[in-house]
Design a protein. Structure first.
Length: 61
């Protein structure tokens, strides 16, 4: 798993859902996850962070 360094999180309320973005400070790559309004912030951050880690993994040819 790549070392991400600093990651920024952004939370946005969209209707009855929450959109959590995770942005890698070093590369500028951004991913987001959407969950129900009653989901915990820590859970959504964890999901977004795992998604960012997967996106930054080198792809096998």
């Amino acid at each position: 798993m790549p070392k991400l360094g600093q990651v920024y999180f952004e939370t946005r309320l969209v209707g009855n859902a929450i959109r959590m973005s995770a942005i890698c400070a070093q590369s500028g790559v951004e991913v987001f996850v959407v969950g129900p309004r009653n989901a915990s912030e820590s859970h959504l951050k964890q999901l977004a962070l795992r998604k960012l880690e997967r996106k930054l993994q080198p792809q096998d040819a």
